[in-house]
Design a binder for this molecule. Structure first.
Ligand code: RB5
Length: 150
């Protein structure tokens, strides 16, 4: 698995913690920035990560800002991306099993690094269940294709 990871200034320090997890798990990753806690715009990092997932350059994306909300809004604008904003372990597991999410968003001002790291660990290691959940996702993908074309 290859993962793209990005953050704004609000998520910079947590991004570094999650990168340590990716290294621990021997997961290949691409860090798109930001590179320090100087103020930047979350959309400048969230959209490129989401596009890397959508075009197949990476398998998954992880995005971190202050709340995770801006990042999740941006990522979900990219066709083919299913981004979940997650701040608890139950949702981390369920959103992989049921929603086959390919991007994880978290808010560094909402949860601490310990919980965030465990959320990422669970999200990275949980498989999609398929079946009826696949049918539900197909309906979203079909809608997306209908309204955006191609
Ligand atoms: C930046 O101050 C903050 O707005 C951003 O990190 C994020 O929370 C936006 O959704």
């Amino acid at each position: 698995m290859k993962v793209a990871i990005g953050s704004d200034h609000g998520g910079f320090h947590l991004k570094e913690e999650i990168i340590s997890l990716l290294k621990e798990l021997n997961i290949d990753y691409k860090d798109v920035g930001c590179d320090c806690d100087d103020s930047v715009d979350y959309s400048d990092y969230g959209l490129p990560v989401a596009e890397m997932v959508a075009n197949g350059e990476v398998d998954r994306g992880i995005l971190i800002c202050g709340t995770g909300i801006g990042m999740s809004i941006a990522a979900n604008k990219v066709k083919g991306v299913r981004c979940a904003l997650v701040h608890d372990l139950f949702s981390a597991k369920a959103t992989r099993e049921h929603n086959d999410t390919n991007v994880l968003a978290m808010g560094a001002r909402v949860i601490g690094p310990g919980l965030a790291t465990e959320i990422a660990r669970v999200w990275l290691s949980t498989d999609f269940e398929g079946g009826r959940h696949g049918r539900r996702i197909s309906k979203i993908s079909e809608y997306e294709t209908r309204v955006t074309g191609g």
